[in-house]
Design a protein around this ligand. Structure first.
Ligand code: 2RA
Length: 354
């Protein structure tokens, strides 16, 4: 026996990764796992830990008896249904943006602020956005040791952050330019895509992504900032518990399928050397240090995709800024960036109901 876990959005992109994570665990604390999705997917059979489960249609009564309900669904579905799950007695662990900045909802990265899972007046706990999450285990470990004061980051975000449509678009663009000598005159990539029948209006991205980088992710907010950049700022402050943290982010989409990367410039209260930072990273179980540039060794998305840890390399003491480190981080945006962190929060709750 054991507590009851529900997964809402079981058939979506992140839900599918969540099922991989559940199947890959050596053991789980759950007595029952319930899969939930829209009426369209209800009735589907999915095998979880050797047992064939039937996907249930989202309805208030499916939460009866559930202790922890993980939500991997769009913002509007979470906004409506996470409170219903909580009313029915479950703790909702939500991976959407609906509750992240609600002062009554903790925003949790277990390596950084696991204690916050107990402070949940609404019965809801939020999972951060994948861009913030991809660097948080590394940044949080340094903050504990040296006291973070400023964070300047540039992201290199994979297309799966924009969902299945993002991945399909990148593959279609790759096919459209395959074997063509384009990327040599302004506009020739756009022309090759148009010629192949791929119109820009149909793309989830505002410019061609193949043979390109696009300095945009999310929607337009005030003063030219993107929603994604503001999430990095606001969520970092909340998770680290530093309301006055100075943050500046530039979010960029790159032609990578899965795994977000970030170039991080982090300023601390105290002096910090590369050697000290290496020790801090080595002591953090969920961080893997990949840092030997003389041997061409550093993390790249293609080398770490599918992995659970946060990979860190290129650690340097800034030459012209005191108490400052520059480093490069890669993290699988669908695993630690989404499903894995949500699941780790759920597992941290399980003992309460055992
Ligand atoms: C993206 N961070 O990569 C977003 C997804 N939540 O587009």
């Amino acid at each position: 026996n054991g507590p009851v876990l529900a997964l809402v959005g079981a058939t979506g992109a992140v839900g599918t990764v969540m099922i991989d994570i559940l199947n890959g665990r050596e053991s789980v604390p759950w007595g029952e796992i319930r899969l939930i999705a829209s009426a369209r997917s209800a009735g589907k059979k999915i095998t979880v830990r050797g047992e064939e489960l039937t996907v249930l249609a989202l309805a208030p009564e499916v939460f009866d008896g559930v202790h922890v309900a993980m939500f991997d669904v769009p913002d509007e579905i979470s906004a409506q249904w996470a409170p219903i799950a909580a009313e029915r007695g479950a703790v909702a662990v939500d991976n959407s943006g609906a509750f992240r900045m609600d002062p009554e909802v903790p925003l949790v990265v277990p390596e950084v602020n696991a204690d916050k899972v107990r402070q949940r007046p609404r019965g809801i706990i939020a999972n951060p956005n994948c861009t913030t999450l991809s660097m948080m285990a590394a940044v949080g470990a340094l903050h504990r040791e040296f006291g973070l004061t400023e964070l300047v980051v540039a992201s290199y975000q994979a297309v799966s952050g924009a969902g299945v449509a993002g991945v399909e678009r990148l593959y279609a663009e790759l096919s459209a330019v395959a074997g063509k000598q384009v990327g040599v005159t302004a506009g020739d990539v756009r022309a090759a895509l148009t010629e192949a029948g791929l119109s820009q209006e149909d793309s989830p991205f505002p410019a061609p992504l193949v043979l390109n980088v696009v300095p945009w992710a999310g929607s337009l907010k005030q003063d030219g900032w993107s929603s994604e950049e503001l999430k990095v700022r606001n969520e970092s402050r909340k998770i680290l518990g530093i309301p006055g943290l100075k943050v500046s982010a530039t979010c960029v989409r790159v032609p990578v399928v899965t795994t977000h990367s970030l170039a991080v410039h982090a300023v601390f209260e105290r002096e910090v050397t590369v050697e000290q930072a290496h020790k801090v990273f080595a002591a953090q179980p969920s961080v893997v240090l990949v840092d030997d540039p003389a041997a061409g060794v550093f993390p790249t998305p293609a080398d770490v995709v599918g992995g659970d840890p946060t990979y860190v390399g290129r650690v340097r003491q800034a030459l012209d800024f005191p108490n400052t480190l520059d480093f490069f981080v890669c993290g699988d945006n669908l695993r630690k960036g989404a499903a894995l962190n949500t699941y780790e929060i759920a597992e941290a709750l399980a003992p309460e109901f055992s």
